[in-house]
Design a protein around this ligand. Sequence first.
Ligand code: FES
Length: 151
Amino acid sequence: CLSHTHTALRQILDAFLIQTTRQAAMETNSLVTVHFINRNGERLTATAKEGESMLDVVVNQNLNIDGFGACEGTLACSTCHLIFEEDAFKQVDTVTDEEMDMLDLAYGLTDTSRLGCQVCIKKWMYGITVQVPMEVSDIRRQLEVGKQSKQ
Ligand code: FES
């Protein structure tokens, strides 16, 4: 009888260990390594979580990208402008009209530009490299300039 209890306990313990190992593997799998090329050419590597935006990654990982994400993801600037590699760009979720309007105001716009606050991390992004454009534009600054030139 004691050996039955022992076997039952062993089975429970095994099941628990398998479950814990699976969970740990799933958590590790949901981490995605992405690279940013900063304005000065420096390569920054970050470990992102699936579902985070590119802006979240920059903020959460304290990446030193000057002026990035000035409006905190509210689509009111274009400082989170990122340039994707062509293959990656094709796979990123489609751009909304609101993002497009804001993107149009970004300096150094390319065919593979997106706003980092609107692009969410997915598993397939593992290892991608995005470029932070050399030029930075903040719509709020442009509005200031616009106001001044009208005076
Ligand atoms: S952070 Fe301002 S538009 Fe993305």
